[in-house]
Design a protein around this ligand. Structure first.
Ligand SMILES: [Fe+2]
Length: 208
């Protein structure tokens, strides 16, 4: 009987890593900054505070060790996936209070392409809330073959990375204590500032 080959053409990879950083200074930095801020960036956040963007060379002192871990993680991923090296194109932090959430969104757009994005959790006051949900854009009639979404419960010191095009949302926070996360985007070094779309990759695969 001929065997059946499973060909994983379009699998979606996510990566996670549990760090063990001292979160105290990062938490203090975010809350102090928010206290002095006169406005919040408004994007996918419904309520809550979103900081302005930091670039590769203006990362706050308290975040530098974290940034090194993220660089190292992204570097390992790009090597293992045989994709071009990436650099951090932006980073920002989010403070959500009770009932605040983030609507479904993606990080890579034609005008602001990025390759790998992620989140790091600085303060999770209560378990089981503020889950991050990722969405599969396969048609709904395919749901018996592919789940339509999957959620991850946030944990302090956890780092989660995902392809920048992958849609996701964050459920409501149910605590009066601040839920603090750091988000970031990495862009392939092969994408120049003039490129309007992220690097596209296609190929021909020989059946084995
Ligand atoms: Fe996001």
């Amino acid at each position: 009987m001929a065997e059946i080959n499973t060909i994983p053409y379009f699998p979606t990879f996510l990566w996670s890593r549990q760090l063990n950083l001292d979160l105290k200074d990062m938490k203090k930095y975010c809350l102090d900054y928010k206290k002095g801020a006169t406005f919040s960036v408004k994007k996918s956040n419904k309520g809550g505070y979103q900081s302005p963007l930091y670039s590769d060379n203006d990362v706050p002192e308290s975040m530098k060790e974290l940034k090194n871990y993220i660089d190292q993680t992204v570097n390992t991923i790009t090597k293992s996936m045989s994709i071009p090296d990436c650099y951090m194109s932006s980073m920002w932090f989010n403070v959500n209070g009770r009932n605040h959430y983030n609507a479904k969104h993606t990080h890579s757009t034609p005008n602001f392409p990025c390759t790998i994005s992620g989140v790091f959790y600085i303060s999770i006051p209560k378990p089981g809330m503020g889950n991050i949900t990722f969405y599969n854009d396969a048609p709904s009639y395919m749901k018996e073959l592919h789940s339509k979404s999957m959620s991850i419960e946030p944990k302090e010191n956890a780092l989660i990375l995902f392809p920048s095009w992958l849609e996701h949302s964050v459920s409501q926070s149910k605590s009066d204590e601040p839920r603090i996360s750091m988000s970031f985007n990495y862009l392939s070094k092969t994408v120049t500032p003039d490129d309007k779309i992220a690097d596209l990759k296609s190929g021909i695969r020989r059946l084995s």
